[in-house]
Design a binder for this molecule. Structure first.
Ligand code: ADP
Ligand code: MG
Length: 240
């Protein structure tokens, strides 16, 4: 399909006897914000791990702009343009904010070095509202600020597609409003995003389409409004 950025065909991940991701297929198109939703344990994070190469797939094909990335190591996939945040924030603890963001640029899609890397990292920090904390040690940051830095790090590689794993989880109501605004800005910039999220307001306002997983399987996909009113989807959530 034209303008498909990420495509999964029969993606499968088994952990011993458990099929965490079971024959899942979907496409993500350019400039789309795709919600990947479903109850806890349904295989959302594992799906992101397969796309980013953090885990090898047991079976199936994953491609980026038509070229296979199945089986490539995570670093190679990042270089090709897939960036992510983790459900549990992972920053480099001995480095300051700016250095963490620059590290994302070094390992990302569009690699920069030296002053150019620093300039670009500062631009990303400005966009994200963290420029004043560029020299802060990451250990001194509030929780939302660590999340902002992680997002800035993912963005600094100028990814083709951004994978956000429950980036809004754990924020207080004020932070949540700010966080949703920030993702709206990314959306308005035309970024391609897979959003794993539980916050329904965020899914409704941000996602064009949704893929719903339950027990490793894709149980529904389509426009966000249609998917969220699908009785099978509602049942899957209530059964959680
Ligand atoms: P979600 O993100 O939708 O909550 P996950 O993808 O984290 O779900 O997990 C899907 C299933 O796979 C769960 O049953 C989980 O316990 C299992 N799982 C995830 N990662 C691993 C792993 N590294 N080893 C074994 N089982 C795992
Ligand atoms: Mg998860």
């Amino acid at each position: 399909m034209a303008n498909t950025v990420i495509s999964l065909r029969g993606a499968t991940k088994q952990f011993g006897g458990l099929v965490a991701v079971d024959n899942v297929s979907f496409d993500v198109r350019e400039h789309e914000v795709l919600g990947l939703i479903g109850p806890n344990g349904s295989g959302k994070s594992t799906t992101l791990n397969l796309i980013s190469g953090a885990l090898p797939a047991t079976d199936g094909e994953i491609s980026l702009r038509g070229g296979t990335i199945t089986g490539l190591p995570a670093r190679a996939i990042a270089r090709k343009g897939v960036s992510r945040t983790f459900q549990l924030v992972r920053l480099l603890p001995s480095m300051n904010v700016l250095e963490n963001v620059m590290a994302g640029g070094v390992f990302g899609h569009r690699r920069r070095w030296g002053q150019s890397a620093e300039r670009h990292a500062m631009q990303v920090l400005e966009m994200i509202g963290m420029a004043d904390k560029a020299k802060s040690h990451v250990g001194q940051l509030t929780y939302i600020d660590t999340k902002r830095v992680e997002l800035a790090r993912a963005l600094s590689g100028e990814p083709e597609v951004l994978l956000l794993d429950e980036w809004l989880a754990g924020l207080n109501p004020t932070e949540l409003t700010e966080g949703i605004d920030l993702i709206h800005r990314l959306r308005d910039e035309g970024r391609t995003i897979i959003l794993v999220e539980h916050v329904m307001d965020a899914i409704r306002s941000l996602c064009d389409n949704c893929v719903v997983m339950s027990s490793g399987k894709k149980i529904a996909e389509g426009s966000t409004d249609d998917v969220l009113s699908d009785p099978e989807v509602i049942r899957a959530y209530l059964g959680d």
